[in-house]
Design a protein. Structure first.
Ligand code: 3Y8
Ligand code: NAP
Length: 252
């Protein structure tokens, strides 16, 4: 009997949840619980970490999960690594539902960097008005460059004071549109964007607006994730679900 754990937190995960609900799949949607007022899902939901690889293994056994779909964000590398490890040991089928990384159009003015620290390094030497569109978890690294003005976009209001003297935060939960992001860039007279190469549709509006306005972008590459099966479309995931090897006989 197929029982699915869907590791969510992206636009693609929400779309896949609808497709699974439409076919009456026995599936549980999992959020980390990173934000308040999480978007609802048409599946049973669980919220919060599993307690590392061992906690996830226990959960797979307790819930008799036969298939895990990792539809987490490309920067949720720890969750993805834990899913690879736990499914391997427990003999549970795993498939990632991952969106392509963004690649530049001719008019894009992108500087690709490998990680957050490299993005800080790549900031201009002269004071600049920066849209720091990387969320909340990695802001501390930019405290080293207080000379810039930072516009932040957070899902929830920042609990503690921001780690730099010149900053403003807008509170918004995407997906975003090109026109609203263009208005944001113009209102705050943004001269540079720092963003993650998240891929997908929900976060790319700011890059399309930047291209139209001729604003340069520092784009952070995705972290490495251990090898696993990857599907790029909902149909490919559903095909895998229907044809993946039956769950290996698991010891009691
Ligand atoms: C908690 C679920 C859906 C999913 C929507 C996508 C699109 C909108 C764009 C910008 C970039 C950023 C951030 C972003 C986007 C989607 C998608 C995406 C980027 C929610 C969500 C959760 C999170 C966690 C949150 C992080 C933060 C990252 C903001 C829900 C809304 C910057 C990533 O305050 C915090 O701690 C926020 C943390 C991880 C990155 C960070 O390091 O701060 N996402 N985002 C999920 C959970 O608890 O499991 O709240 O309902 C989901 C979405 N965020 O259902 O339609 O699919 O990518 N999310 C990035 O890509 O750069 C915003 O502002 O332009
Ligand atoms: P992460 O760094 O890869 O994971 C840190 C820990 O958070 C994991 O080890 C796990 O805790 C828990 N966790 C992460 N995703 C989970 C999920 N879907 N269900 C249950 N537990 C989860 O993750 P992150 O980057 O903080 O992302 C957290 C959530 O936000 C994910 O759902 C992700 O899809 C979403 N998101 C992240 C980004 C981003 O930029 N990172 C962007 C958009 C959406 P335990 O070790 O205790 O099991």
């Amino acid at each position: 009997m197929t029982r699915i754990l869907l590791l969510g937190g992206t636009t693609e995960a929400s779309r896949l949840a609808n497709a699974l609900a439409a076919r009456g799949a026995d599936a549980i949607f999992s959020y980390a619980g990173r934000t308040h007022a999480l978007a609802g899902q048409p599946l049973a939901m669980r919220v919060g970490g599993f307690g590392g690889v061992d906690g996830l293994r226990q959960y797979l056994r307790d819930e008799k999960i036969t298939h895990v779909i990792d539809a987490t964000h490309p920067f949720a590398a720890q969750m993805s690594a834990h899913a690879v490890a736990a499914c391997q040991v427990e003999g549970v089928e795993l498939c990632a539902f991952e969106r392509e990384a963004w690649s530049p159009a001719p008019a894009d003015r992108w500087t690709r960097v490998t990680d957050i620290a490299a993005a800080v390094e790549a900031l201009p030497k002269t004071p600049t008005r920066v849209f720091l569109a990387i969320g909340r978890q990695n802001l501390q690294a930019f405290a080293a460059r207080p000379e810039h003005f930072y516009l932040l976009r957070l899902v929830d209001a920042a609990p503690d004071p921001l780690p730099f003297p010149q900053a403003e935060a807008v509170i918004a939960r995407g997906p975003f549109t090109e026109e609203s992001d263009r208005a944001l860039l113009e209102t705050y007279r943004i001269e540079l964007i720092v963003a993650k190469n998240s891929g997908g549709e929900g976060a790319r509006a700011k890059l399309d607006a930047a291209r139209k306005l001729g604003i340069p972008v520092i784009l952070i590459d995705r972290p490495a994730i251990p090898p696993r099966r990857v599907a790029g479309t909902i149909d490919a995931v559903l095909h895998w679900l229907d044809h993946a090897a039956p769950p290996a006989e698991r010891g009691v």
